[in-house]
Design a protein around this ligand. Structure first.
Ligand code: PLP
Length: 359
């Protein structure tokens, strides 16, 4: 199948095949990794190797903790204010689309929020420019969503926020390109798009922010619990972490973050060029300067034509091209593991479909 699912998403075939070979018996140990104690030497090696690969590939500077948590990025929407929003303080957000909105709604359960910039009046077709950001200098933090998975928009550069900790939800674009981690106080991401299967969520957090929260927070929802215990306070999702490690090895062998960016730019250009060269048959949803490298969103003249596109594309082996119900249209998610050949096949299909259906 040509897998364009938005998440859980495609995994590298090489990784799936390698893991298949180790599924029943892990490295001559007589049992599956899934059956092993998370306190044993074999699993611990996998755990810490995965962490160090993530540190290497993202060039994480000294002074950050890397945590492997559960509950998805959605749990981070709550954990962040529970741990980092002191009573009386305000958390600032950039409202860029569906996922930023969910983060804002959740933070409101815990304290004051403010909107530093919003593109809601433009139907979230763009990322506000850095110059538009307006937040109080005493904000507890500024939260951004580096890639809006549903609308198909992505930040191309990140603000320097000085003393205000910058927090980034990178669930749908982590490791799609090199980034300067030092600009961020916290980066978080569910693994199931660019890093591995669902079940593990990564949190990269500046050590100075890992402290006992000022209010009562359940033990499992405190960053200091997990940081003190190297993400081994309770049973971690061992298999998901192992798989993430294998995906990270694959990323490393394909040129790391810079290698991913080069191929991701090539893949995205194939689709955006097809859209832009279609004389309006396909219309890109996101504004030009805000287009995502990961989620290519577009519409067609009518819902009927879009439905026909989905039906015919499915018959030819394309999976997951229907746009999210809140935006409609079509969406091709082209995360790191989606091969260039799949994207070429989709661009060919799009041109062929246009030739057969344009009036
Ligand atoms: N943030 C973004 C940008 C996402 O794309 C998603 C899921 O698609 C989430 C958060 C929620 O992630 P999870 O399903 O891991 O809770």
């Amino acid at each position: 199948a040509y897998n364009f699912n938005a998440g859980p998403a495609a995994l590298p075939l090489d990784v799936l095949q390698k893991v298949q070979g180790q599924f029943v018996e892990f490295e001559n140990s007589g049992m599956s990794l899934m059956e092993m104690s998370h306190r044993g030497a074999i699993y611990e090696k996998v755990h810490f190797e995965t962490e160090s690969l993530l540190r290497e590939l993202l060039s994480i500077p000294e002074g950050y903790k890397v945590l492997f948590l559960q509950g998805g990025a959605s749990t981070q929407f709550a954990m962040i204010p529970m741990n980092l929003l002191r009573p009386g303080a305000t958390a600032s957000f950039v409202a860029t689309g569906s996922w930023a909105t969910k983060a804002i709604q959740e933070a409101k359960l815990f304290g004051e929020t403010a909107i530093a910039a919003s593109s809601e009046s433009d139907s979230y077709k763009r990322i506000p420019s850095i110059g538009e950001l307006n937040y109080a200098p005493d904000s507890a933090y500024l939260h951004i969503t580096s890639n809006e998975t549903i609308e198909g928009t992505q930040w191309s550069e990140f603000p320097d926020t000085g003393n205000v900790p910058l927090i980034g939800d990178m669930s749908s674009d982590i490791l799609c390109r090199p980034i300067d981690v030092s600009k961020f106080a916290v980066i978080y991401a569910g693994a199931q798009k660019n890093l591995g299967p669902s079940g593990v969520t990564i949190v990269i957090i500046r050590e100075e922010l890992v402290a006992k929260p000022s209010t009562t927070v359940p033990t499992m929802l405190r960053y200091d619990t997990h940081a003190k215990n190297d993400s081994l306070y309770n049973t971690p999702p061992t298999f998901a972490i192992y798989m993430m490690g294998e995906v990270l090895k694959w990323i490393k062998s394909n040129g790391g973050a810079a290698g991913m960016e080069a191929i991701n730019r090539e893949k995205a250009a194939l689709l955006y060029d097809t859209i832009d060269g279609s004389n309006g048959f396909y219309k890109g949803f996101a504004e030009l300067g805000s287009r995502s490298l990961m989620n290519v969103t577009f519409t067609m003249q009518s819902k009927e034509l879009e439905a026909q596109f989905i039906k015919e594309s499915e018959a030819q082996g394309f999976v997951g091209l229907k746009g999210h119900r809140s935006v409609g249209g079509l969406r091709a998610s082209i995360y790191n593991a989606v091969p260039l050949e799949s994207v070429r096949a989709l661009a060919d299909f799009m041109r062929d479909f246009q030739n057969r259906n344009a009036q």
